[in-house]
Design a protein around this ligand. Sequence first.
Ligand code: SUG
Length: 452
Amino acid sequence: MDSSDEKKPVSIEANFDGLVGPTHNYAGLAQGNKAAEKNAEQPSNPHAAALQGLAKMRALAAMGFAQGVLPPQERPHIPTLKLLGFEGRDAEVLMRVRRDAPELLAAMSSASSMWTANAATVSPGADTRDGRVHFTPANLATHLHRSIEPVVTGRALATIFRSEKHFVHHAPLPATPQMGDEGAANHTRLCAEHDGHGLELFVYGEAGEKDPKPAVHPARQNRAAGEAIARLHHLDPDYVHHAQQKPDAIDAGVFHNDVIAVGHRHLLLHHEQAFVDGKAIRNWVKRRLKGRDPVFIEIKDRELSVEDAVNSYLFNSQILSLPDGTMRLICAHECQENHKVWAAIRRIVDDPLNPITDVQSFDLRQSMRNGGGPACLRLRVVLDPAQRTAVNPKVWIDDALAIRLEAWISKYYRDRLVLADLADPQLLDASRSALDELTQILGLGSLYDFQR
Ligand code: SUG
């Protein structure tokens, strides 16, 4: 057989990053998220935050990767405030909630939908029985400010991935801690090539009564949620593994598994303290992965503490495959600023036994201060060529769209926001005008409640 007859892998792993919303702020809402707790009540810069996220998207698109964008949500969310008994016109609702329950105003104003690793769990067609890509929006049940995301997330995904021939959209799981689901941040897919059958690893923080639990912070992901998603997505049980995250790591600030582990194709990079039983995971992967030997990079405690991992977000880096088969690490600037972390990265890059040959760091400080690194900002969707053409074409980032979005951000976003500003009716108005225009730019129809 002539080499040109060989079947070339054709599916791609696209990244869909969340655009930071106009109310990006630091309210200290996320329990167990060290950065968010530390930066509570600091002024934020929504304009810079949105540009930083967009710069990462633009850079990845310029490197030749398929890069999409997901829209922010409407905040403050007046319909939920009304549901909670705040009556009147919008300005009155804002005035009353600020006066009577400022913590609810903060919860209804978070731009947390930017962290699209928590938007949904996605299973590629190569893993599902019907060959379609399956999406389940995360219920984000542990935190009020995040629990109001799934409805609009589901709408946005259904609008962008519209074709029933190629895509299936499930409802979020019931929103209770026993079904706590934080989406792709606790889900890793490993494969030889994206076209082939992948292994889906679901990581949970808590399961039944008997299992150990974190003592201080909530375990946001429940094992039952991963099991339900594996059933809903019609995954082959032989290719699914449920593994527990170390409860101590959760208490040390690892509120999602993607703060301590990241997988890409046949590579799993993780900290020694990531899993209760890392060996069982490695054995399962070795047994099941066909067509390529898996590569495991385990960072030991003695090289890097969990604290350094949490402060730098090393494991929240993105790993990207280059056309020649090597891989590039996309990390946050904070990794470069911690000499132990940077030394660990240099060691990985210099080690010929793993495919990572290159590293690039990005300034994502506005998001990092709320505990959101490079990989939190993106949702991965593996697409074959037909599925790729079925995606709403207007959400793919290229130079023209990036320039248009930069102008849009500069037109509407403030460069300073403190908690008292969240009750400003002009902030609400400007946000709605911005989102209204965005739905036109991205071809999203009437996505938001205020448009319906
Ligand atoms: O849920 N921070 C988010 C950060 C999410 C990061 N995502 C991943 N690791 N995949 C969270 O903890 C902070 C909001 C505030 O405090 O203002 C916040 O929600």
